[in-house]
Design a protein around this ligand. Structure first.
Ligand SMILES: [Mg+2]
Length: 126
């Protein structure tokens, strides 16, 4: 299964995995949110103490471990969506619409911050 799997297929696969093991009782939304955070920390651990250039150099050998931790984050995210009956496609699309309004292209192309006293314009993305 590659990137062509739909969100629904992935959710179904995670739901089957949980149901087959009768883990629904463990997969409370609170615990799934905590699990996502733990997995996100495991992802961060791969980058800890490393500079951007070192990470870019090490990326080929780190890629598989990054993929594993990223998958862990998303698997728990999918399980959280299942446990909380959240339409994840709708949630993502709604959030993207919100982001597109909040960060209009003409104002934010190549920059992560709006010019203001709190957001120095030198913090541009190159
Ligand atoms: Mg992990």
């Amino acid at each position: 299964m590659g990137d062509e799997a739909t969100l629904g297929e992935l959710r179904g696969r995670v739901a089957e995995f949980v149901a087959a093991r009768e883990w629904e009782g463990f997969h409370h939304p609170k615990d799934l949110a905590l699990a996502m955070s733990v997995e996100a920390s495991e992802l961060l651990e791969l980058f800890r103490w490393r500079g951007r250039q070192e990470i870019e150099r090490l990326l080929p050998e780190l890629r598989e471990r990054i993929a594993e931790e990223l998958a862990d984050v998303f698997i728990f995210g999918l399980s959280l969506a299942n446990a909380a009956a959240i339409d994840l496609s709708h949630a993502i699309l709604s959030k993207m619409e919100e982001n597109e309004e909040r960060f209009p292209v003409e104002k934010f192309r190549g920059r992560a911050y709006e010019d203001s006293e709190d957001s120095p314009s030198e913090r541009r993305v190159s």
